[in-house]
Structure formats: structure tokens, C-alpha cells
Ligand binder design. Structure first.
Ligand code: CTP
Length: 401
């Protein structure tokens, strides 16, 4: 067995990035982000709001970026006074990290009362924000509305993450770690190895109704499929995620179509073709109730028999199309993994199949995977699902190439 080979890392070299820092305790993490961007070869100009300067001094960013930090619209010393136009005209990316609740509100309303918000409004480049705020602020209705508006305006939203917050509370609202933001940038810039490719992914369980209030489902959490969607988006693909019921947030830059049953999932998948790649991660129910009852079934002491019929196999159907995308299957087995997985791969004629032991993976945050392709088996030792998903995408890119 060999491990998944790597692909050429996507370079941020030559990319002109404006790093906007707004006010929040996560501003200190922006210093590390600035360092990582420079290390990756980007040409970085830092712009700070007045509030950001209460947390970190401009000198820190000046030392890291090797350039003066811009802080004011009214700096007479800065050229012709049109810095807001020149800077955002030349840039490839305007990245606001951290983006406070207040700054997101400003952006959503198109306000331009300081240099950073003016740059955002006057930009001709991609805008990405990495929100950071207290969990109550993140969950507040105005922030939800502002986020929705920003996404409609085409702004890439990176994170936030869940975890312990500076205020002592725990929840969603922490800025993504600098390394995570860096990993997402090739996707945001459409510069990753899957740039220009459409990737269609299924995830989660399906729910097969028995009557209006009951149904058959399984223990799939959707975590692996969502991680694969995120990794594909990071690699620059245009990603559509057809998902059964889960409680997971849609990854940044991913279009999600929510479905319930296997039949719904099949319809949604076929409607999204053609695609360059199809990755079937969903735990699709193999059977459905022949005729779901239109009204709630009343209990009886006689017991009950459900008549089940086979569901269509979505992956097999897509893989058999004359213009089939590059198809990747998943196989969750409880025993004899290699034997069952390889049999499934050959039966469905898949160039790549990901095998795992169901009892080790279901609902967990980590997974141990084995990739099966024409060259043999490639073991991915246990790691968190996002790391595994990134390995899988690298492997897939190598095969595509
Ligand atoms: N799959 C699908 N549609 C189905 C069933 C499975 O698209 N109706 C996909 C899954 O998303 C996964 C792969 O096929 O990628 C799993 O293959 P399959 O042989 O169907 O696995 P199981 O359903 O687990 O088979 P078995 O129950 O026989 O182990």
C-alpha cells in the first residue's frame, strides 16, 4: 500500500492581496495570516480600521508586510488621494480578516465611511470575509440578514469556526485559523487545481417516508460529504452539494440542494448534470416503502409488515451514462473491506472508490480510509475528515490529470 501522492501546491505568488483588518480580538491572528500570505508569495497591503488599531498596532503589520499600513481615507501624504480607487483596481483579492459584526453590517449596506469600507465598495476584485464575533452576535437576526445579503452580492464568507471565544463563551463565531483561511484562498481566487471544473457531490443519509410522520433513515451524519465539498471548493471547483437531511452548515462557496428521499436525490443529481466529477458520498437507502401511507398509520396489536422496494442506484446510473463524469464512490463496510470495496468498484465501473469501516467512521469527526483505483490500494491513516477529504481531492486531481 502507498499513501496518496501529493499534487503541485497552488501558489499565491504574484497575487496582489489587500488584507483588511477590522476591530476585534481576532486582529492578533491577522498578523499570523499576514505572515503566511507573505510566505506563500503574495504581495500584501494591509489596511486597518480605527477599531483594529485598538487591538494591534499598524507597526506590527508594517514589519510583517514590509510596507506602510494604510489607515485613513484622509492621509494627504498618500499620492493623489485616490488610494481607494488605485488599490482595489490593482488587487486580485480583498480579504477582510477578522470581519467584525459591525464591519459586515457596513458592507451589507454599502457604507463607505473609512478607508477599508470604501475600498470594499470601490473594488473591482474578489472580496472575501472571515467573520469573527461573539456567538450571540453571530446568531443575531441582523447579522443573519447581513450575511445573506453579502452572499447574494457574491462575497465569499470563510467560516466562522466553533469553539472557545475570547469572551469565555463557547459557540460559533471564532475566526478560522490563519492556516485554514490560507487553504481556502485558492478556491476563492478560482486558482486551485479544480478551477473551471464542476463537481457534483451527494452527502448525508436519505429519509424514506413510511407515513407523514415516520420514515426509514440511517446514521450518516453527512460530515464526510460536507468535508469533501469544502475540499473541492478549496481546490477551486464549482461545487454543488446534493444533501439529505443533516444539521451541518453549508461550506463556503458551495451550492447546496436539500433533499429527503433517494428518489429526490436522484432527480436533483440528474438535473445538475453534466458535471466533470461526481462524488457519491451519501448513504442512500437501498430500499423505500412501496407506497407511503398518506395519513399517519395507527398502531395495532397485530404487528405490521412494510413492503420495501429497491431504490435506484444513483451512482451506478450516473457512471453508466455515455458522457459520464469522473465518478467516485464510497463504500462503508463492516467486514472484509478490501474485498467488498473492490467488488463494488468493478461492478459500478468506477475509476476511484473510497472504502472505510462503517463502525469506525459513522458520526465520528475522524476517519481511516482506503482509496481503491486501477493502481491498487492507497491507505489514508486516521485523521480528521477535512484532512482526509483534502487527500482524496489531491488523489482525484492526480487521476484526472
Ligand atoms: N449509492 C447511490 N445510490 C444508491 C446506493 C448507493 O448512489 N441507491 C452510492 C453511495 O453514495 C456510495 C456507493 O453507491 O457511493 C455505495 O455503493 P453500494 O454498493 O450501493 O453500497 P451499499 O448500499 O453500502 O451496498 P451494500 O448495502 O450492498 O453494502
Amino acid at each position: 500500500m502507498e499513501s496518496a501522492p501529493g499534487i503541485k501546491a497552488v501558489s499565491l505568488a504574484d497575487k496582489k492581496i489587500i488584507l483588511g483588518v477590522s476591530g476585534g480580538i481576532a486582529a492578533y491572528k491577522a498578523a499570523e495570516l499576514c505572515r503566511l500570505l507573505i510566505k506563500a508569495g503574495a504581495d500584501v497591503r494591509v489596511v486597518m480600521t480605527a477599531a483594529a488599531q485598538q487591538f494591534v498596532t499598524p507597526l506590527t503589520f508594517q514589519a510583517l508586510s514590509g510596507k506602510p499600513v494604510l489607515t485613513s481615507l484622509w492621509d494627504a501624504a498618500s499620492g493623489d488621494g485616490m488610494e481607494h480607487i488605485h488599490l482595489s483596481r490593482d488587487a486580485d483579492l480583498l480579504l477582510v480578516a477578522p470581519a467584525s459584526a459591525d464591519f459586515l453590517a457596513k458592507l451589507a449596506h454599502g457604507r463607505a465611511d473609512d478607508l477599508l469600507s470604501t475600498l470594499c465598495l470601490a473594488r473591482a476584485c474578489t472580496l472575501a470575509v472571515a467573520p469573527a464575533m461573539n456567538r450571540e452576535m453571530w446568531a443575531a437576526a441582523p447579522t443573519r440578514r447581513n450575511l445573506e445579503q453579502l452572499q447574494l452580492d457574491g462575497v465569499s464568507v470563510l467560516g466562522p469556526a466553533a469553539g472557545e471565544q475570547a469572551c469565555g463563551e463557547t459557540g460559533l463565531g471564532r475566526m478560522l485559523e490563519p492556516g485554514e483561511i490560507l487553504a481556502a484562498l485558492p478556491g476563492v481566487l478560482n486558482a486551485g487545481p479544480l478551477a473551471g471544473k464542476r463537481v457534483l457531490i451527494t452527502a448525508g443519509p436519505t429519509f424514506e417516508p413510511i407515513d407523514p410522520v415516520r420514515g426509514l433513515t440511517n446514521l450518516s451524519s453527512g460530515k464526510m460529504g460536507y468535508a469533501v465539498a469544502r475540499a473541492a471548493a478549496e481546490a477551486g471547483a464549482e461545487v454543488c452539494l446534493v444533501s439529505g437531511p443533516t444539521c451541518l452548515d453549508t461550506p463556503a462557496g458551495v451550492r447546496r440542494i436539500g433533499v429527503q428521499s433517494a428518489a429526490d436525490m436522484r432527480r436533483a443529481v440528474l438535473a445538475e448534470l453534466p458535471s466533470d466529477v461526481f462524488i457519491a458520498v451519501a448513504a442512500v437507502a437501498d430500499y423505500r416503502v412501496n407506497a407511503a401511507a398518506p395519513q399517519k398509520i395507527k398502531k395495532s396489536t397485530d404487528g405490521m409488515t412494510l413492503h420495501l422496494v429497491a431504490n435506484p442506484d444513483i451512482l451506478a446510473e450516473v457512471a453508466a451514462l455515455p458522457d459520464a463524469p469522473f465518478c467516485v464512490g464510497f463504500a462503508a463496510e463492516t467486514e472484509r473491506l478490501a474485498e467488498h470495496a473492490e467488488a463494488k468498484r468493478r461492478k459500478k465501473r468506477l475509476p476511484l472508490l473510497v472504502g472505510n469501516l462503517a463502525q469506525d467512521t459513522l458520526g465520528e469527526d475522524t476517519a481511516e480510509l482506503v482509496l481503491f483505483d486501477d493502481r491498487g490500494q492507497h491507505r489514508l491513516p486516521r485523521a480528521d475528515k477535512l484532512t482526509q477529504a483534502r487527500h482524496l481531492i489531491r488523489h482525484l486531481v492526480n487521476q484526472l490529470n
